[in-house]
Design a protein around this ligand. Structure first.
Ligand code: NDP
Ligand code: OXD
Length: 309
């Protein structure tokens, strides 16, 4: 009985140790050392090469190393009868909430402007609104979005979220569905994207939607790069429709050296590191799911490929 591991970052040993503590009977195989494919029952992966998972005849479940599963959905050969479990883990949620709160506060308090001013040795104060005067909008009020919304609400911000179905996060205004998008955007002075990438959400940060934001709004994108139409985001920054942006994800990663985002004075680039799954806590979530499978209990956080997330 074995688990196939495939990650883009070199942390296999840490994962192996964390998994061995909880599931000592499970042999850990670090891709490309697959061994006998028939022995692999579970795959824990990030960007597995296309078609690789289809070669495992006894696969019982595919676990995504990240919350997003677009890296799996894009594989036309993904085995259709094997459940895909997305990563839901306290450290991932906590990490994202830290990133969102940090980014919202940085824009709210105009720290991005002070950073530019410091380089120019300019001593100029900016009076910023109080938290309750600042409207923050979170696209995607799921596991990550609702926790970030809750913490921003605790800090006093006027928070709203947009999701497919209506939500009830205390203190957070819920907008839902296509008809909810326009009024949601029209009030969002700081817009945070925490959507999954699907056919419906691809390109959602475009000229038309960005134009609905109050002038001088801020954008924080920690969802996926393909949520943005990059040229439209740049145009909005250059016209002043967007005052500044924090971008963690890009259509092409690593961000190409010649991307205009690197040098843009209004943009903070982070390398898809808004939140990184911690093996310590995520191994527990994995072990719990494997226990459910073995005991015939229903699996949690299974991807619904019809809705795309
Ligand atoms: P969830 O599935 O828990 O939440 C997704 C949210 O998006 C839900 O509220 C869902 O609505 C909403 N949504 C999906 N499609 C639509 C739509 N068409 N219209 C309106 N709302 C929609 O995902 P997570 O919160 O766990 O993760 C969100 C994303 O964050 C990931 O998919 C990934 O892309 C990104 N991510 C980025 C990381 C980084 O480091 N940059 C780290 C981790 C995740 P409903 O609730 O009604 O279903
Ligand atoms: C992601 C993740 O989905 O890192 O981006 O979890």
């Amino acid at each position: 009985m074995a688990l196939l591991f495939k990650s883009d970052v070199d942390r296999a040993e840490v994962w192996q140790d964390a998994i061995a503590t909880l599931l000592p009977e499970l042999e850990f195989r670090n891709w490309p050392e697959v061994g006998d494919p028939a022995e692999i029952e579970y795959a824990l992966v990030w960007h597995p090469p296309r078609g690789e998972l289809a070669k495992l005849p006894n696969l019982k479940a595919i676990f995504s190393l990240g919350a997003g599963i677009d890296h799996l959905a894009s594989d036309p050969d993904l085995p259709k009868d094997v459940p895909v479990v997305r990563m839901v883990d306290q450290s991932l949620t906590l990490g994202m909430t830290e990133f969102v709160v940090m980014s919202v506060l940085r824009h709210h308090r105009r720290i991005h402007d002070y950073e530019l001013q410091q380089r120019q040795k300019t001593w100029e104060q900016h009076v910023t609104p109080l938290a309750w005067q600042r409207k923050v909008g979170i696209l995607g009020l799921g596991v990550l979005g609702s926790d970030a919304a809750d913490k921003l609400n605790y800090l006093g911000f006027d928070v709203a979220g947009w999701s497919r179905s209506e939500k009830n996060v205390p203190g957070v205004t819920s907008f839902s569905g296509e008809e909810g998008l326009r009024p949601f955007l029209e009030r969002s002075e700081i817009l945070v994207c925490l959507l999954p990438l699907t056919e419906n959400t691809k390109g959602i940060l475009n000229a038309e939607t960005l134009a609905l934001l109050p002038r001088g709004a801020y954008l924080v994108n920690a969802g996926r790069g393909q949520h943005m139409v990059p040229g439209d985001v740049l145009a909005a920054l250059n016209s002043g429709q967007l005052a500044a942006a924090t971008l963690d994800v890009f259509p092409e990663e690593p961000l190409p050296q010649d991307s205009p985002f690197w040098d843009h004075p209004k943009v903070l680039v982070t390398p898809h590191g808004a939140s990184i799954t911690s093996p310590i806590t995520a191994a527990e979530a994995l072990a719990e799911s494997i226990k459910c499978l073995r005991e015939g209990q229903p699996l949690q956080n299974v991807v619904d490929f019809d809705r795309g997330y």
